[in-house]
Design a protein around this ligand. Structure first.
Ligand code: PMP
Length: 433
C-alpha cells in the first residue's frame, strides 16, 4: 500500500467524521484494494494531480464520462458561456431539443429520449416504463451486471438459474427483489429455461450491453441476438444498459457494433460531458407511455439541465467528427490497440497468466488463463496480484481502477507516450513483485 501525502490523509480523516466512509460513492473508498483514497486538486488531459501535488496518468476518467480527457477546453468553455445565461430554469431550453436530436440521430433504435440526472435514474425509469408498457412485473438481469442502485436492480445472483432474487443490499424489501430474476451471463440454457417457465410474466430483460462492472466481459457470439429473439418471442422488452458503453464505443454504442435493436436503451456518463446526467430512450410507442402523455410517471427538477445538455453536446460534437472534426472513435481504437499490445508484451515476456478484454477505449486485464465468460471467472483470478499491481502503479504515478472488478478507460487526451510509460511502469512493478 502507498501512503498518501499529508493533505490527503488529513482530508480523509475529516471526511470520515461527516461523510459515511468518508466518500460519496463506495468504490472511491479503495476498500477493494485495502487502503485510503487520495484527494484530487485538479485534472487536465490524461493527468490528475492530488492535493499534495503528486500527478498521475489516469485510467478512470471519472469512471467513464471524461472521454476527451479531463477538463477539455471545448467543454469548459461551453459551461462558462452557458452558465452566464443561467444554470437551471425548470422550463424547456433549446439544448434539450438539440440533445434529443443528437441521440436519436446517432442511435437508430432510439426514436424518442428522455433526459434524467444519472445512470441509476435511467435504468430505474426504463424498468418502470417496461413494466407499465407490458403490464408485467418480473424482470431478468444478469449476475455481475450493475445497473445503478435502485431497489429492483440491487439484486445479484440467486443460487441457480431459476431462483428468484435475494436483495444484495440491506433496505431492499424481499418483496421487491422477488420480482427480479438473476441469471448467469452467457448461459443460453438458463435463459431459455426461465422464459419457458415464466416468459409470459417477464416485462423485460435488462443487460449491460457489454458487462463492464465485473471486469469487462464480452458476450459469446450470438448471445445478444438470443436475448433479442427471446424477448420478441415472449412479448418482453429488451433493455440495453449502455450507461458505460453508450457514446464511448462508437456513435451508436454496442448496439451499433453488434447491429442490434433493443426496445429501450439507457445512457449516462459520456453524454453529460462530466456533468450529472442520464437518459433513456427507444421505441416511440413505448416512450409515449411516459407522463405527461401516458400513465407511467417519471420526472426530474434538474432533468435536461442547460449546463449538462450543453456540456454533453460539446463533448459529443468533438467526438463524433461532425463540423469537419476527425472521428474520435477511430483514434480511441488506435490508442486502445497500442496499449493492449504493450500490456500483452509485458505479460508474455514475464510468463504471467493473463487475459485482456478490450474494445476501443475500454479495457480490463485479468490475472488468470481462464476464458472470461462471466463473473465467476472474474472472481477466480489472482486478486492479490491485482492489488500489488494497483499499489505499485499508484506509487509510480499511474492510477488504475482501485478494484479488480472495474474496467479501465482511455481518453483522447492519452498519447502513445503516456501508454508506453504506463506499460513500462507495469513491467517494473511486476518485476519487483
Ligand atoms: N449502469 C451501468 C452500466 C453503470 O456502469 C452505472 C455506473 N457505473 C450505472 C448504470 C449507474 O450510473 P450512475 O452511477 O450514474 O447512477
Amino acid at each position: 500500500m502507498t501512503e498518501n501525502g499529508p493533505l490527503s490523509r488529513k482530508l480523509f480523516a475529516a471526511a470520515k467524521e461527516v461523510i459515511p466512509g468518508g466518500v460519496n460513492s463506495p468504490v472511491r473508498a479503495f476498500r477493494n484494494v485495502g487502503g485510503e483514497p487520495f484527494f484530487v486538486r485538479k485534472a487536465k488531459g490524461s493527468r490528475i494531480e492530488d492535493v499534495d501535488g503528486k500527478t498521475y496518468i489516469d485510467y478512470i476518467g471519472s469512471w467513464g464520462p471524461n472521454i476527451l480527457g479531463h477538463a477539455p477546453t471545448v467543454v469548459t468553455n461551453t459551461i462558462h458561456e452557458v452558465a452566464k445565461s443561467g444554470v437551471s430554469f425548470g422550463i424547456p431550453n433549446p439544448f434539450e431539443v438539440e440533445m434529443a436530436r443528437k441521440v436519436t440521430d446517432w442511435v437508430p433504435s432510439v426514436q424518442k429520449v428522455r433526459m434524467c440526472n444519472s445512470g441509476t435514474e435511467a435504468t430505474m425509469s426504463a424498468i418502470r416504463l417496461a413494466r407499465g408498457f407490458t403490464k408485467r412485473d418480473l424482470i431478468v438481469k444478469f449476475d455481475g451486471c450493475y445497473h445503478g442502485h435502485s431497489d429492483s436492480l440491487l439484486v445479484a445472483a440467486g443460487s441457480g438459474a431459476l431462483t428468484h432474487g435475494e436483495p444484495d443490499s440491506a433496505g431492499v424489501p424481499s418483496d421487491f427483489a422477488r420480482n427480479t430474476i438473476v441469471l448467469p451471463y452467457n448461459d443460453p440454457e438458463a435463459l431459455e429455461a426461465v422464459f419457458k417457465e415464466k416468459g409470459e410474466l417477464i416485462a423485460a430483460i435488462i443487460v449491460e450491453s457489454y458487462p463492464a462492472n465485473a471486469g469487462f466481459v464480452l458476450p459469446k457470439p450470438g448471445y445478444l441476438d438470443l436475448l433479442k429473439s427471446t424477448c420478441e418471442a415472449h412479448g418482453s422488452l429488451l433493455i440495453f444498459d449502455e450507461v458505460m458503453t453508450g457514446f464511448r464505443l462508437g456513435k451508436a454504442g454496442v448496439q451499433g457494433l453488434e447491429n442490434l435493436t433493443p426496445d429501450l436503451s439507457c445512457f449516462g456518463k459520456v453524454i453529460g460531458g462530466g456533468l450529472p446526467v442520464g437518459a433513456f430512450g427507444g421505441r416511440a410507442d413505448v416512450m409515449d407511455m411516459l407522463a405527461p402523455d401516458g400513465p407511467v410517471y417519471q420526472a426530474g427538477t434538474l432533468s435536461g439541465n442547460p449546463l449538462a445538455m450543453a456540456a454533453g453536446l460539446a463533448q459529443l460534437k468533438q467526438l463524433g467528427g461532425t463540423d469537419g472534426l476527425p472521428n474520435g472513435y477511430d483514434r480511441l481504437d488506435v490508442l486502445g490497440a497500442h496499449f493492449e499490445k504493450g500490456l500483452r508484451g509485458v505479460m508474455e515476456a514475464r510468463g504471467i497468466p493473463h487475459r485482456i478484454n478490450r474494445v476501443g477505449s475500454m479495457f480490463c486485464l485479468f490475472f488468470t488463463d481462464r476464458e472470461i465468460v462471466n463473473v465467476d471467472d472474474v472472481m477466480k483470478q489472482d486478486l492479490e496480484l491485482f492489488k500489488k499491481l494497483f499499489w505499485g502503479c499508484l506509487d509510480k504515478g499511474i492510477y488504475l481502477a482501485p478494484s479488480p472488478y472495474e474496467t479501465g478507460f482511455l481518453s483522447l487526451a492519452h498519447t502513445e507516450a503516456d501508454l508506453d510509460d504506463t506499460v513500462q511502469v507495469i513491467d517494473e512493478v511486476l518485476k519487483d513483485i
